[in-house]
Write a protein that binds this ligand. Structure first.
Ligand code: DGJ
Length: 733
């Protein structure tokens, strides 16, 4: 049983295959303490770890030092304003203006499976796949009931947490902070791992030792943003890809977030995660509930690689719902970098014809097909086909593309409105705005006030009408600016603090409608590249555009950071034009193909205008994709070398679940003069099985390839790459 309650000792124990998570109810007041999270244990009563026998002792024994107790107790879900001076998980504003809250345990339930989180994306599993514990807590003074929810996914070594707050009082209460999880631990010389970046360089890995005080990554952009990521890991110093312990949190949410660690005076560390409390204030009327989104917890004793593989497995099996989840995605060609806004039916058909001959399977028409949109400064919201550009209409174009044997996909940016649009002229109040202020533009656009039902319904229906009008099999849902000027005429003054969250709920509602009404649609989320690459979006779309930067070198770091958490099958990756439109770098077509192979694979260039040499490579690349995509999409990922760390070369490996096959991608960014071949140690193979390595004579046992490694020749020139296929020799399999 993955969830146990030991009644006598009042202990909860959650077990996955390799981890245990222990909590205890203590003292007469029923405080909930965090006892242990780590490698799997058979013992369950570890309450000595709570140090209750040490000063200041529990309040029932020494109420004189109650605040000292509160300030040092490892709280499972920390309150606020009652003696714990570290940052808590929850705070309120009562009618009387008070903010304090503390939770004590009332009851609990344990059941197989997992309930849906109303209106929110969340992991899922059957009774056979997961078990759930709900601990019902209360603050009796406030009349608030708070349920802490834990779901244990045994097979993938992950635990998810979320929180539901219900107002049982007679009057309204304002929630000013509701985080979804916290972990109070003793410091173990932790190093913090977070992901940072900017437009065109998203999710670069940062690793730093922790110290006293607080460190937070957060967003107030209404989306996670290019800059910060809703992820934090604490790794015991020296943890590598293969060995060492790591605790990680990832937020299943696509809006403002806070991820924080705080080291206290006693050297304990509180890691917490949830909706950013800044600009958050939720009015909860009597009997109403507020459901906080979910945080995924992963503990790995097998280094960062173990953590990565748990996240990948959890997301592939228990988060992504799309029918494409376990399928090859069509190799697409997107016209953005090929044409930008300068296209018409003939140009697109010209690209499609050439692409079809080369084996490309889908044409995606990007921004610029609607309203008067000939540049990025107008027409968002006018979701009517521009028939001056698309002569003969959309259906004609789609049919022509279909006749070539290709699928057709289309771009939308449903959440936005251009000041220069028919929609804005008709409904200026549909943009978020604060009375008396002119909203700030970004890319010359405003954000639609999707918190209002009539606004989101109108936009959704426009999108649906286009999708019904032709055989459209793919949608790229883009979002090209962050939120600001948050104000809505749809809500009273005391609900304006709900808007950021309501906006995210609205996006979820619209995407849920979309995938329900068009169940076979392949949806790819995107936000000016990768500003909204998060587990929340994966619940709706099996893939997300990783970055507007498809330069083969920059992508190594973006894709390394992204794949630290997210399966390769989710990373939108294309071979794009050269010199690269963002960095101006020229890299070989072949190398761009190897780098894009780590993701969904496609093209982002004018296939009619590239060199013949490059064009001739496309059929081979398409064949390479078809040969390896099952392995890349479903296999176990191992990072063998990081260009971000060594500034010289990059190497990763994907091993099939049955360990019969592996693929190593090696990218030599810079050549080094007068150098020997490079030793690469493979991972994840069956130690006693024999394997054949492409380009090497003989067969070797898995243990040899892992312990002694293989030699990879130095390639002539910079930005070169190669794939090395490893197969179990037929004799042994
Ligand atoms: C940002 C996306 O990331 C690009 O791929 C492209 O779709 C543009 N928006 C279009 O405006």
């Amino acid at each position: 049983m993955a969830v146990q309650y030991y009644e006598k000792q009042r202990i909860f124990k959650l077990d996955t295959q390799h981890t245990s998570y222990i909590m205890a109810v203590v003292d007469k007041e029923n405080f909930l303490g965090h006892v242990y999270y780590g490698g799997r244990l058979e013992d369950y009563d570890l309450t000595y770890l709570l140090r209750l026998g040490e000063k200041p002792f529990v309040p029932s024994e020494n109420n004189r030092e109650r605040c000292s107790f509160m300030d040092s107790f490892p709280a499972e879900y920390a309150g606020h304003g009652l003696g714990d001076y570290r940052d808590g998980c929850i705070s309120v504003r009562t009618k009387g203006g008070h903010s304090a809250i503390n939770l004590t345990v009332v009851s609990h339930e344990i059941y197989g499976g997992k309930k849906r989180l109303e209106g929110l994306p969340a992991t899922f599993g059957t009774e056979q796949e997961c078990s759930t514990l709900e601990i019902h807590c209360e603050d009796a003074v406030l009349g608030l009931q708070v349920t802490l929810m834990y779901t244990v996914f045994e097979d993938v070594d992950a635990i998810t947490r979320s929180v539901k707050v219900t107002n049982e009082a007679k009057e309204e209460i304002y929630l000013t902070k509701v985080l979804s999880a916290c972990l109070d631990m003793d410091n173990r010389e932790f190093e913090r791992i977070t992901l940072h970046g900017s437009w065109a360089r998203e999710r670069h890995i940062q690793r730093q030792p922790i110290g006293y005080g607080k460190y937070a990554v957060s967003s107030l952009r209404g989306e996670p943003g290019h800059q910060e990521h809703p992820f934090m890991a604490l790794a015991v110093r020296g943890t590598t890809q293969d060995v060492g312990e790591v605790y990680a949190m990832n937020f299943v949410y696509s809006g403002n977030f806070l991820a924080q660690e705080e080291m206290s005076q006693f050297g304990s560390v509180r890691m917490s995660m949830g909706i950013n409390p800044e600009d958050f204030c939720w009015r909860l009327d009597p009997q109403e509930s507020f459901q906080a989104p979910e945080v995924v917890l992963v503990y790995s004793a097998e280094g960062l690689g173990g953590m990565t593989r748990s996240f990948h497995d959890l997301y592939r099996k228990h988060l992504i719902r799309s029918p494409y989840r376990d399928k090859k995605r069509p190799v697409l060609i997107n016209n953005w970098e090929a044409t930008y806004f300068e296209f018409d039916t003939d140009k697109l058909i010209g690209i499609a014809k050439q692409a079809a001959e080369l084996g490309i399977e889908m044409l995606v028409m990007d921004d610029g097909w609607f309203g008067k949109r000939n540049f990025d400064d107008c027409a968002l919201g006018d979701w009517q086909v521009n028939e001056e550009k698309l002569k003969g209409g959309l259906k004609y174009l789609v049919d022509e593309v279909n006749k070539l044997g290709m699928k057709f996909g289309i771009w939308f940016e449903p959440e936005m409105i251009s000041p220069d649009s028919e929609l804005y002229r008709a409904h200026p109040d549909w943009a978020f705005q604060i009375p008396g202020r002119t909203p700030g533009m970004s890319r010359e656009q405003y954000v639609l006030d999707l918190s209002r039902k009539e606004v989101r319904d109108y936009i959704y229906e426009c999108v649906a009408k286009i999708l019904h009008s032709a055989n459209i099999e793919y949608v790229k849902w883009d979002m090209n600016r962050s939120l600001c000027d948050i104000g809505s005429i749809g809500f009273p003054a005391d609900r304006q603090g709900e808007l950021y969250h309501r906006y995210v709920l609205a996006v979820y509602e619209m995407q849920e409608r979309l995938i329900t009404d068009f169940p076979q649609l392949l949806l790819e989320n995107c936000s000016g590249g990768g500003a909204r690459f998060d587990p929340g979006m994966l619940y709706y779309s099996p893939q997300i555009w990783c970055s507007d930067d498809a330069d083969a070198v920059e992508r190594l770091m973006i894709q390394e950071g992204t794949s630290l958490i997210y399966p390769l099958s989710t990373m939108g990756a294309h071979v794009s034009d050269c010199p690269n439109h963002v960095v101006g770098r020229v890299t070989p077509f072949e190398t761009r193909g190897y780098v894009a192979l780590a993701g969904t694979f496609g093209y982002e260039l004018d296939v009619t205008r590239i060199s013949e040499e490059d064009r001739n490579m496309i059929p081979e690349q398409v064949a390479m994709y078809h040969k390896y995509n099952d392995l890349v999409r479903e296999g176990d990922y191992y990072r063998l070398a990081s260009y971000g760390e060594n500034h010289c070369y990059d190497c990763y490996e994907v091993v099939s679940k049955d360990k019969k096959e592996a693929l190593v991608t090696y990218i030599q960014v810079l050549n080094i003069p007068n150098c020997h071949s490079r030793r690469i140690y493979l991972r994840g193979l069956e130690a006693a099985a024999e394997y054949k390595v492409e380009g090497m004579e003989g067969v070797y046992r898995g243990e040899t390839l892992m312990k002694a490694g293989i030699q990879v020749e130095i390639l002539a020139g910079d930005f070169r790459g190669k794939l090395i296929s490893v197969k179990r020799s037929s004799k042994a399999s």
